[in-house]
Design a protein around this ligand. Structure first.
Ligand code: ZN
Length: 172
């Protein structure tokens, strides 16, 4: 996907469905890390290619980096976020659980990079997600890019509505 944030929508939906079992922060970090590949190659060569990290071994490596190097900074960022909130409605509505357990971090990072491969496979012919087991890309073009973007944005909208609903119930 050309713009990484489109990947965040499906993750937000999973977060709303499984709030205590999924870290959107680690999920988003893993998505950003894996897209350093096409961004760096674009800056170096002009071609935003996906040769290494957008494969199964690459996705596992990026997920491991997100967990092993990213979990603690993510927890610190969430704690910092909580400290910016003033008492009252801000804390009630916007406070987040700052701890990310190891198991939640691994699940979230793997869902992040593997869902990233699935979505990017639909969009980019040069994503060989199942390399080295399967060469090529059978998913590319299976749905239109416009529909793919719509699904990602739609997931974010549904997640926002679900989040508002759950917070409204919790604050009653
Ligand atoms: Zn990508």
């Amino acid at each position: 996907m050309p713009i990484t944030p489109f990947h965040f929508g499906p993750g937000a939906l999973i977060k709303v469905a499984l709030p205590g079992k999924f870290s959107w922060t680690i999920f988003a970090l893993a998505n950003v890390l894996i897209d350093l590949e096409p961004i760096t190659l674009f800056l170096l060569t002009g071609d935003p290619a996906h040769p290494w990290l957008h494969t199964l071994p690459g996705a596992l490596l990026v997920a491991a980096i997100a967990v092993l190097l990213g979990r603690r900074p993510c927890e610190l960022a969430l704690g910092w976020w909580n400290r910016q909130l003033s008492a009252g409605w801000q804390t009630q509505w916007l406070a987040v659980a700052p701890q990310i357990t190891k198991s939640v971090a691994w699940v979230s990072a793997l869902v992040g990079t593997l869902s990233h491969l699935a979505l990017d496979s639909i969009m980019h012919l040069d994503v060989h997600a199942l390399w080295p087991f399967v060469k090529g890309n059978a998913l590319q073009g299976s749905i239109s890019i416009e529909y793919l973007h719509l699904l990602c944005v739609g997931a974010a909208v549904v997640a926002l509505v679900g989040w508002l609903f759950s917070r409204a119930i919790a604050s009653r």
